[in-house]
Design a protein around this ligand. Structure first.
Ligand SMILES: Cc1ncc(COP(=O)(O)O)c(C=O)c1O
Length: 307
């Protein structure tokens, strides 16, 4: 049976120093989820914790989930399976290929099944899970990206982690959150944790038609949330995983100036969108912003190859 896992990593809140922030009089603290562990990195562990607790309660022996050939979610899940001793199965988008991520997945002991593109698109169809349930009756199903209400509940703890560390930055309070949003699950967790007190800005890594707003609303409704202090901002730069020169230059310059490693799909786009908001005066002088580094740095290896 899957063990009850009591690993509660603490992410450090660090000051981000960049010229454009200093010029605008905006202070940013980065919550370094990318640093919680060598392998189980980013928002993924927090999104998994409640799914793992549910799997334990159900008496499952492991977890089965979905993702692409560069998936940060499957990477964290497989690494957790190896670390804590439970079985993992990954259903992958597209046709069998070797990427640095899939190499790691197999090394961590995850059983992979390639669904093709049409097969993967059918993941929301009724009956999709039936054959997998029959093949792996002892495994607990986790939605793509570790999403849904359990995923969001696991991220609420980030609010406490930030509040406990404000004095390290010399802050007594902060004004808002800023983070990349893919499914909006992590953002929903912060909105729940804040209960309306501070605004949560989600920099969308996917285009508007990916339905992030309704997904966030569904999670908040399921949680019975009374407050919705949030704003979604288009940061996708033409589509998910679309990368352009200006973005790559921004990432390079930001890393060189601040030492903060970024990747182009989520954290790079999110920080670039914050810069635009600062330049437009939408984030004004004197504001204190918590930027969540949601990880994803393992994906840079595959992207470097592709580029
Ligand atoms: C590195 C990284 N940042 C941010 C996100 C977005 O998180 P969420 O799906 O909870 O919005 C993801 C995954 O989707 C991710 O892999």
């Amino acid at each position: 049976m899957l063990p009850l896992i009591d690993w509660r990593p603490r992410a450090e809140l660090q000051r981000l120093r960049l010229e454009w922030l200093e010029q605008a009089g905006v202070e940013v603290g980065v919550l370094r989820l990318d640093q919680i562990d060598q392998q189980i990195s980013g928002n993924k562990w927090f999104k998994l914790t409640e799914h793992l607790a549910a799997a334990h309660t159900a008496g499952a022996q492991g977890l089965i989930s979905l993702g692409g050939a560069h998936s940060n979610h499957l990477h964290a899940l497989a690494a957790a399976g190896e670390r804590f001793g439970f079985a993992t199965v990954g259903l992958l988008r597209g046709h069998a290929q070797q990427t640095p991520t899939t190499y790691d997945l197999e090394r961590f002991g995850m059983q992979l099944h390639w669904l093709g593109f049409a097969g993967y698109r059918a993941r929301h169809a009724p009956g999709f899970w039936e054959p997998w349930q029959a093949q792996y009756p002892a495994l607990h199903q986790v939605p793509e990206g570790g999403g849904g209400l359990p995923g969001a509940l696991g991220c609420m703890t980030l609010v406490t982690q930030v509040r406990e560390q404000l004095s390290a930055l010399g802050w007594d309070d902060y004004d808002a959150w800023w983070l990349a949003a893919g499914t909006g699950t992590t953002l929903a967790g912060l909105v729940l944790g804040e209960a309306g007190q501070r605004k949560v800005f989600g920099a969308l890594a996917v285009p508007d038609d990916h339905g992030v707003a309704p997904q966030v609303e569904m999670i908040l409704r399921q949680a019975g949330a009374a407050e919705r202090n949030l704003e979604l901002i288009d940061a996708s730069r033409g589509g998910f995983a679309k990368v352009d020169e200006a973005l790559l230059r921004f990432i390079q310059d930001s890393e060189a100036a601040s030492g903060l490693p970024l990747e182009p799909l989520y954290t790079g786009k999110a920080l670039m969108a914050l810069k635009e908001a600062v330049e437009q005066g939408r984030i004004g002088c004197g504001q204190r912003i918590v930027f969540v580094h949601t990880g994803g740095l393992q994906g840079r290896r595959g992207l470097a190859q592709a580029l």
